[in-house]
Design a protein around this ligand. Structure first.
Ligand SMILES: [Zn+2]
Ligand SMILES: [Zn+2]
Length: 310
């Protein structure tokens, strides 16, 4: 929820959603403020008057900045349209106008594309930000090459959150077989834009130095021993790192080079065979001959025993 200060900051920066619609208002004469209004079939209960502002004196007009039950802040004003005489007295006649809604603060995610990626991934983290920046940089540099309609393919050399950003940004996914994920623990990305050429982008050494405080807090959090304040502090450090990644020029973050690169031959078959150990269907290209029997990789590794059906 926006603080009072943030409401004014948002309004000053024009971060408002204009509405400008006539609404029905319940005005409390004792409190001298709107306490309820109706907008597009919904009732809104006012829970806080953030301010009442005299906007003009003729006709007298007051703008009310109110917070409703849901936490959203709206601006309402009484639009006085005509002065009428009734029983020898003059009255203003008018209508209530819902002027605008104040946008919720999103200090980190002003970039809509990045917000979509964070929604897909589940949160915004430094690795996701790196994946976002590296694909953005690659797409920029490869604009001309990709105009010919060639399908982009990507090889990533880590299995961090960055992979999700790459998939979202480039459309190259594990599922459509245009993304190859190698678990080499390196922020190195090769964007292949022709049969034999790729743009290799790698994180420059020393650009994201280890932060001892961050590492210590991370350890505590993973061990379930961090206090609320430590957890909050960790978030601040994370935010700082994310902001650094988002604000640093791409060429400062990544070293770039063009290099010859091929795409591994597609060994993907459609036909299924049976593993002679677990009896489960397995792509025939993925069978391995061991001790005279054709086995699946699961049975060969022995790490994933087949469980009995319940
Ligand atoms: Zn993540
Ligand atoms: Zn098997």
């Amino acid at each position: 929820m926006l603080t009072r200060e943030a409401v004014f900051r948002q309004i000053d920066a024009d971060r408002v959603i204009p509405i400008q619609e006539v609404v029905g208002v319940l005005y409390d004469n004792y409190l001298r403020m709107p306490v309820r209004f109706r907008h597009r079939g919904r009732e809104y209960d006012v829970v806080e008057l953030i301010g009442a502002f005299r906007e003009s004196s003729s006709p007298p007009s007051t703008l009310y900045l109110v917070r409703v039950q849901e936490g959203t802040v709206f601006a309402l004003y009484l639009d006085l349209t005509e002065l009428v005489e009734q029983g020898g007295q003059m009255f203003w006649r008018g209508q209530w106008v819902l002027h605008f809604q104040v946008e919720e603060e999103e200090a980190m995610l002003v970039d809509l594309r990045l917000k979509q990626i964070a929604d897909f991934h589940g949160h915004l983290c430094p690795d996701l930000a790196l994946g976002y920046r590296v694909s953005q940089y690659a797409l920029e540099r490869l604009t001309m090459a990709l105009m010919s309609g060639v399908l982009l393919r990507v090889i990533v050399e880590n299995t961090t959150s960055a992979v999700d950003a790459i998939q979202h940004m480039t459309g190259c996914t594990v599922g459509n077989r245009r993304l190859l994920v190698r678990d080499w623990g390196k922020h190195v990305y090769t964007f292949i834009y022709s049969d034999s050429e790729g743009l290799r982008l790698s994180l420059r050494p020393g650009i994201l130095p280890a932060n001892p405080e961050m590492a210590e807090l991370e350890g505590k959090i993973q061990a379930g021993q961090a206090t609320l304040m430590e957890t909050a502090r960790y978030q601040t450090l994370l935010d700082q790192r994310i902001m650094f990644i988002l604000e640093t020029p791409a060429e400062t973050l990544f070293a770039a080079c063009y290099r010859p690169v091929g795409w591994p031959m597609d060994q993907h078959a459609m036909a299924f065979a049976r593993c002679e150990v677990c009896d489960e269907p397995v792509l025939e290209t993925h069978l391995i001959l061991q001790n005279g029997r054709h086995c699946c990789l699961g049975c060969v590794s022995g790490r994933l025993p087949v469980c009995a059906e319940e």
